[in-house]
Design a protein around this ligand. Structure first.
Ligand code: FEO
Length: 416
């Protein structure tokens, strides 16, 4: 069976990636209902440079595309490794076996991880920030952007075609549906799945993403070619704007309400809060029952909206387990710049609201009163208070509609 042909990005650059519609969970964690693409590229000059590979099960399909670009008996000269996570380097060892003279190009972290993951220590070329790889008539320049998403991550700029290969930066979930370029599809419609990818995979590294965005000013590029999702050649500024907003924790005027409930008491409180929000003019409200919504989607909505409301019963003196897991992820990812409302119920000892309050204060988020905590089933007065919480949150939105990301936290907390 013949594989799809490479797709041309211009005279010298080709997409040689693959679609994965078989994997259910990315990183074993995050649902892929629409699949994902592993984008790899080839730059043809007097010398041929491949940019990244694909996950190991797709090696044969990738290789067919590589071979389709080479003259009979030819071989690629370089493999540039922008990111060595196995979704991009899974085929690296097999490619090297097929082309033993292939020079693997990476920075000092790439070469360290190349040995750790693939046992390869020879036939490599070390590059530093700003170095140039001469391909004959044109060249590739490297911009090191550590921790977007691993320590070795870097950007590669093909200076002749003005194409910048950005790895995970500007990537998104969703296999390619025929269209490769932003001008071949409804690119705006990919925002939700791109934001979900960002929040699941890159949000923890927001300060480094922000720094990488700053470095784009040093690159003369027309086309952004990431390792997942579509290639941006008509409006690359759109995806840059998305990543800028998300990495600076800028939320919109909507609200995300995440609650857990065992017997319906906390759920009824959530309904009253949501009604208060909606009646007071908050238009985009996402409600998640944490026993049913996957955290992948909850995180994405939290990053979209400037208002977050958490509701939880006490479970063994702590928040309900699904709420504890959400808060753990929000802490890990360093959420900032959110106005937050809290509500919950308990039978005799309490504890959920105490822990949620601790999270909000330690993260430096803005806690909006009233915090509503009820013993047993909520009374009509309790539900009125929940409604009041929704109104108070909406008032905050009206006062300060934009939650601007002027505080992106410490840059030294990342670890792959
Ligand atoms: Fe697409 Fe960090 O790997």
């Amino acid at each position: 069976m013949a594989a799809l042909r490479p797709i041309s990005l211009g005279e010298r650059v080709f997409w040689i990636g693959v679609n994965d519609r078989e994997t259910d969970l990315f990183e074993g964690l995050w649902p892929l209902p629409e699949g994902i693409s592993y984008n790899a590229y080839a730059v043809l000059d007097r010398k041929t440079a491949l940019i990244d590979t694909v996950r190991e099960p797709y090696f044969e399909e990738y290789l067919e595309k590589v071979d389709a670009l080479l003259p009979e008996g030819g071989a690629p000269d370089f493999l540039v490794v922008n990111h060595i996570e196995p979704d991009h380097s899974g085929s690296l060892a097999a490619l090297r076996r097929r082309y033993p003279d292939l020079t693997i190009v990476g920075n000092k972290w790439t070469l360290r991880l190349l040995e750790q993951y693939h046992g390869i220590t020879t036939g490599t070329r070390l590059v530093k920030d700003g170095d140039i790889l001469d391909l004959g008539s044109g060249s590739i320049r490297f911009l090191l952007t550590p921790m977007v998403h691993w320590p070795e991550t870097m950007l590669s700029l093909d200076e002749s075609s003005k194409t910048i290969f950005t790895g995970d930066l500007f990537g998104g979930y969703g296999a390619l549906e025929g269209a490769l370029f932003d001008d071949e599809t409804d690119a705006e419609a990919r925002e939700d799945e791109t934001r979900r990818y960002f929040t699941n995979v890159l949000a923890r590294f927001s300060p480094m993403v922000s720094k990488a965005l700053g470095r784009l000013g040093e690159a003369d590029y027309d086309t952004i070619a990431p390792s997942h999702g579509i290639v941006w050649r008509r409006r690359p500024e759109n995806v840059v704007r998305w990543f800028s907003r998300w990495s600076h924790f800028e939320g919109d005027t909507g609200a995300t309400v995440a609650y857990a409930s065992m017997y319906g008491n906390t759920k009824s409180m959530s309904e009253a809060v949501v009604r208060g929000l909606a009646e007071s003019g908050v238009h985009r409200i996402s409600v998640h029952d944490l026993s049913r919504s996957h955290l992948s989607y909850v995180l994405s909505d939290v990053w979209r909206s400037g208002t977050l409301v958490l509701g939880s019963p006490t479970y063994n003196t702590r928040p309900f387990p699904a709420m504890a897991a959400l808060v753990d992820f929000l802490s890990d990812k360093g959420l900032k710049n959110r106005r937050v409302g809290l509500f919950g119920s308990y039978g005799w000892s309490g504890g959920a609201i105490r822990d949620l309050r601790k999270f909000v204060l330690s993260a430096g988020l803005t806690l909006v009163d009233p915090v509503v905590e009820v013993k047993g089933a909520p009374s009509s007065g309790d539900l009125s208070q929940c409604h009041d919480l929704g109104v108070a949150l909406a008032r905050e939105v009206a006062l300060r509609p934009a939650v601007q990301g002027d505080n992106i936290g410490s840059a030294d907390r990342a670890e792959g």
